[in-house]
Design a protein around this ligand. Structure first.
Ligand code: SF4
Length: 289
């Protein structure tokens, strides 16, 4: 009797497409993390640093605050009272330990009152007039948000693509559905980064499957610089997102990928395993296994 092989379509998250863009091997190691001890290494690594707040952890806390700023823009835009803005900043900083509890615990951090105060002080001292002025001035995105509101971290799933993801903000402006992403890194001189275009294209395809409408544009908020950029969702971005989706599926099914061209190996928790696995793969190839 002939055996019928049922092809199981591997589920993929948009965040895994972004890991692939940084380095394809991150997808490989993160997928295998639970079963093979990689995760316990990463955990021990953060536990060992738990007693002090390192510069890297401080910058992560700052990223959480910036992200919350982006979610609270409607309170800041148009506000001219500096005392009110200081109070809003206080509220945002104080909400961070509750909203990002899982992430902070992952870092081995508990944001005690003293630390929150210190973070708040540093943050307020680090703000500059130009940045605040840009946040307080209405732009195309904040106008859309004022008129239509937005849904925070909307989770979407496409059965056709077997792809899921949650976009930071989803604006439904009458017939148009617009994805919006918050980024805490630097902005490019013009437009949006290639990886951000690919991520927006992936969200666009999820939205199209869920809402049945074509997504033509998306926004990226580079909140650290108060830069709000709109970008068209191009055919080439969609094609690249689909191509990466295919590669991520292969990796999740066991393929060991090459390193990314600009892989950030010096800060990677998997560097120890990465070389071991490379050797093992080469050896396996030589032995024909
Ligand atoms: S060590 Fe380098 S190549 Fe290996 S997973 Fe990390 S970033 Fe990628």
């Amino acid at each position: 009797m002939t055996k019928v092989r049922v092809k199981v379509k591997v589920k993929v998250k948009v965040s895994e497409l972004m890991q692939y863009v940084i380095c394809p091997r991150l997808v490989y190691f993160r997928v295998r993390a639970q079963g093979r001890g990689y995760e316990s290494y990463a955990h021990t690594h953060t536990q060992a640093q738990a007693h002090t707040v390192t510069a890297r952890e401080k910058s992560m806390i700052e990223s959480f605050i910036l992200k919350e700023f982006a979610f609270n823009l409607h309170k800041i835009t148009g506000c001219e009272d500096t005392a009110a803005i200081t109070a809003i900043i206080g509220d945002i900083v104080e909400s961070v330990p509750r909203i990002y509890r899982e992430e902070l615990e992952g870092l081995g951090l508990v944001l005690e009152l003293d630390l929150i105060e210190a973070v708040k002080r540093d943050f307020i001292q680090g703000m500059n007039d130009e940045w605040l002025k840009k946040l307080m001035t209405e732009n195309e995105l904040t106008e859309l948000e004022r008129v239509h509101g937005y849904e925070r971290e909307r989770m979407m799933y496409s059965e056709k693509l077997n792809l899921s993801g949650s976009v930071d903000k989803l604006i439904i402006a009458d017939e148009e559905v617009i994805p919006c992403m918050i980024k805490t890194g630097k902005s490019p001189g013009y437009g949006v980064w290639r990886s951000d275009r690919v991520q927006l294209a992936a969200y666009a395809m999820l939205i199209e499957d869920e809402f049945g409408s074509i997504v033509k544009r998306g926004f990226v908020e580079y909140i650290r610089e108060a830069e709000f950029r709109v970008t068209q969702i191009r055919r080439s971005d969609r094609a690249e997102a689909l191509q990466i989706l295919k590669q991520v599926r292969r990796i999740k099914q066991g393929a060991f990928p090459d390193k990314g061209r600009n892989a950030p190996c010096e800060n990677c928790v998997y560097s120890k395993y990465c070389d071991t696995d490379t050797r093992k793969t080469l050896l396996s190839k030589l032995l024909g296994k």
